[in-house]
Design a binder for this molecule. Sequence first.
Ligand SMILES: Cc1cc2nc3c(=O)[nH]c(=O)nc-3n(C[C@H](O)[C@H](O)[C@H](O)COP(=O)(O)O)c2cc1C
Length: 358
Amino acid sequence: MLQPYNSVEWFFTRFQNICYNKYCLLFKEAHVLKIGNVELSNRVFLAPMAGVTDMPFRVLCKEQGCGLVYTEMVSAKGMHYQDEKSTKLTLLDEREKPGAVQIFGSEPDIMAGVAEKLNASDAGIIDINMGCPAPKITKNGEGSALMKRPELVERIVKAVVRVSQKPVTVKIRKGWDECSINAVEIAKIAEACGASAVAVHGRTREQYYSGKADWNIIRQVKQAISIPVVGNGDVTGPREAKRLFEETGCDAIMIGRGAQGNPWIFSRILTYLQTGELAGEPTAEVKINTIIRHMNMLIEHKGERTGILEMRSHIAWYIKGLRDAAHTKQKIFNMNDKEEIINLLQGFLLRQQCREQE
Ligand SMILES: Cc1cc2nc3c(=O)[nH]c(=O)nc-3n(C[C@H](O)[C@H](O)[C@H](O)COP(=O)(O)O)c2cc1C
């Protein structure tokens, strides 16, 4: 129904339209990114983290606006030998699409076979792990050990790209150690072999997760290749997010530890990038309600026993920094019953609220 010109309703509808259009424009110009043929709504991604980025957590991050989520790393060998656990890790929920499935391995044929299998999956993007520093991975020549063998990187990326119907991306580090910094060389190889984007974690394998991430190497990679570059390392809030974009010119950023127990980091960063406003941290009540939702989803996805076991570390991350968190965490690490955990969290919340009123 047409509203009379200049009526309150007419004015209100027009005002809403103007705001909406302006928002879309800002959002599009500042944030839309294409990786291969996959269009992402914004440029702030959740990093792959084994033991952290389970499906429920990825859904919670998506709800907060995260532009792209990655699964935990999945063993290509495991999938090749039909390991049920590995295959389950590649499943994506409708709410998290388009999502990236990350695979690790060192044998081009096996990696390609897995990529071919994933053609029939819900994966939007296939990512290859070239950054994991764990000895149980690197001793097999996988993860960050690949950075020591550029010729193998070439064979793997070529083989995977050849069979994959999805865009293929790689996630690399600065290099193996300070004496072998070769992120630019590896990124160029990935691009030449058909990769659609490269994510760079600005630390060497030798550093693991310690020290400061070197954003300079991200800038160097960005200047050397034409496909999108995703900068990663040490973003823990909106200000660092903006700085990482500005200092490196990267096309997207990826957040790891800063998102643990903190899916709200995505909405806070997006708001800051779009408006310059620094939104506050979520209240204790929001955190506890989110923990309970996360736990219920995890139990539904993995069963009560595994769900609760895996939820314990998530809870510790969510409540970090709140009053009495260390003591509560200790208690939760000895609990196996969902209702018992919920009761404990409700008492914990009451104490936080009393504190807020003090
Ligand atoms: C607990 C944990 C698990 C991780 N698992 C993976 C993984 O499965 N695949 C991967 O490429 N990187 C993994 N990473 C590395 C992160 O994706 C990221 O590169 C790193 O944490 C640096 O980013 P940040 O400083 O924002 O945490 C992991 C990191 C952590 C802390």
